[in-house]
Write a protein of this length. Structure first.
Length: 165
C-alpha cells in the first residue's frame, strides 16, 4: 500500500513519435464516490483491481492500492461497473528519470489527451517534454472516474476551451 503522487497535464503536441510503447486499456468503476474509487482495469493481457482514496495536496497525492487479478475475473467484475467503461490507449514516453503516461481517449471521451507523471515527492523536479500543455492536476473533471459520469464529448465548447487556456 502506498501514496500515489502525480501531476496531470493536457497534451498539446506530438507524443507518439517519442513513445517507447503503447497499450490499450479498458477500465470501469465499481465505486466512484468523491474520495474513494474502486477500479477494474484490463491492460493488454493483464488485469488489475485498484482502490484509491481521497486526494490531498490539491489533487497531487492520494492513497492507492493495486492488485493484479486474473483477466477472467476482471471481465466478471466489469459487469458490476457503473456507467460503462473508459476506453483509451496509453503511450509511455520516457524522459530523463521519469516516464510520462499519455492517455489518448476513445469512445465518449474521444479528443481528450492527457499526460501524467508520477513523482516520489510533491516538489520533485522533472524535465518537461515539449508536448505538455496546461496543468490540470487536481481538476476533478479530468479524473477518469468523472469522465464516466460527464464524458468529454458532452462538454460544451466553453468547457473544452477552459482546458486550453
Amino acid at each position: 500500500m502506498g501514496q500515489e503522487i502525480e501531476r496531470k497535464f493536457l497534451v498539446a503536441g506530438d507524443y507518439r513519435s517519442l513513445a517507447a510503447s503503447a497499450s490499450r486499456i479498458a477500465q470501469g468503476y465499481i465505486c466512484s464516490e468523491r474520495g474513494r474509487t474502486v477500479r477494474v482495469r484490463l491492460r493488454d493481457q493483464r488485469a488489475y483491481l485498484t482502490i484509491k482514496g481521497p486526494s490531498a495536496d490539491d489533487g497531487l497525492s492520494r492513497y492507492e492500492w493495486e492488485q493484479e487479478i486474473a483477466p477472467a475475473d476482471a471481465l466478471e467484475l466489469m459487469k458490476l461497473c457503473v456507467g460503462g467503461v473508459i476506453d483509451k490507449t496509453r503511450y509511455l514516453v520516457p524522459l530523463g528519470s521519469h516516464t510520462f503516461e499519455v492517455d489518448e481517449f476513445h469512445g465518449d471521451n474521444e479528443g481528450l489527451v492527457v499526460a501524467e507523471v508520477e513523482l516520489r515527492a510533491p516538489d520533485e523536479p522533472f524535465d518537461r517534454p515539449p508536448f505538455l500543455g496546461r496543468e490540470v492536476t487536481g481538476e476533478v473533471r479530468y479524473y477518469n472516474s468523472q469522465l464516466m459520469q460527464h464524458p468529454y464529448r458532452t462538454w460544451s465548447e466553453e468547457e473544452k476551451a477552459v482546458g486550453l487556456g
